[in-house]
Ligand binder design. Sequence first.
Ligand SMILES: Cc1cc2nc3c(=O)[nH]c(=O)nc-3n(C[C@H](O)[C@H](O)[C@H](O)COP(=O)(O)O)c2cc1C
Length: 351
Amino acid sequence: MYKLLRSILFLFDPEKVHYFSMNLMKKVCRVGVFRRLIQHLYTPPLDITNFAGIRFRNKIGLGAGFDKNALYLRELDVLGFGFVEIGTVTPMPQPGNEKPRLFRLKQDEALLNRMGFNNVGADLVARRLADWRKEHLHSELIIGGNIGKNKATPNEDAWKDYRICFEKLYPYVDYFVVNVSSPNTPGLRALQEKEPLRKILTELQELRTRMNVRKPLFLKIAPDLTEAEISDVVSLAHEISLDGLVGFNTTLNRSLLSEEGIRQAEKAGTGGLSGKPLREFSAQKFRCLAGTTNGKIPLIASGGIFYAEDARQRMKDGAGLLQVFTGFIYEGPGIVKKLSKSIAERNKPSF
Ligand SMILES: Cc1cc2nc3c(=O)[nH]c(=O)nc-3n(C[C@H](O)[C@H](O)[C@H](O)COP(=O)(O)O)c2cc1C
């Protein structure tokens, strides 16, 4: 059924289709009977999970970048996600890169994007989240706030941008992710180096000590880090008692594509790659990350998760939660239930 719908949607521009589908979903969800039907069809059975002190109804989340501006929380709640990461949010609104900036590499079941942190800015996102909290008091959807810096902010001042977003979103999100791993903001990935990273994270931790409630702080890293760089990030995470790591963002490694994919990607231009080509690559990097943390830092796995076996493997390798993005586009909304059931079954005792 979804494959048929997908073949029609895939005839059109990916970014336009994204907003078209989600706005249509918004209209459908306004009607109670449809909303309950979708909920009934797609919500997985409860698989209560405690991660970094937060209670999740299941382990499957939607990765950052899908709902950058917190526009579709109700619809994503109805689709059964355990958590949704909004953002990346920057202090000031910014338009992002010129369009087209999102491309489907169909044959490889991949996406290439150079969105460039297009978002409405921290003030408006905070207002939307405040409204959501007021109107959906009983929702169990966990909301993460993925934060970044504006393009115009020089790297030496980046920590100020992260502080602004942290402060503005603090009352409304359940956890934070510091994003220093998107390839589409010039120089951003340099913030993954130990000293700039220490500055950003310790500033946020200091700010957190002034808040009444403690909210977990995670860091999202790129799969293109070498083993030595991963080891540096992990030692910093230990040193400052970071609450967790998200591994991984998109990759710049195009050798993961088929010949046709490489040709299509060359035509599309610069950008980060996500989806199927990341399946093996990020699984392997995740094993390296988990091995380095030695089970002592909570991990959220992201990158190329499509099938039950991907989900099971990532959990076996040490993930506490999983995030999908490109898999959701290619496999459809049924992916949440499918993945959640597959890992919940894994935990059932066998007699
Ligand atoms: C169109 C698009 C936009 C994205 N925007 C963001 C973003 O703003 N912040 C972020 O941390 N990750 C962003 N990502 C990365 C995803 O959250 C995810 O980490 C990555 O795509 C790998 O997972 P996947 O293979 O399941 O898609 C984006 C990905 C895509 C495809």
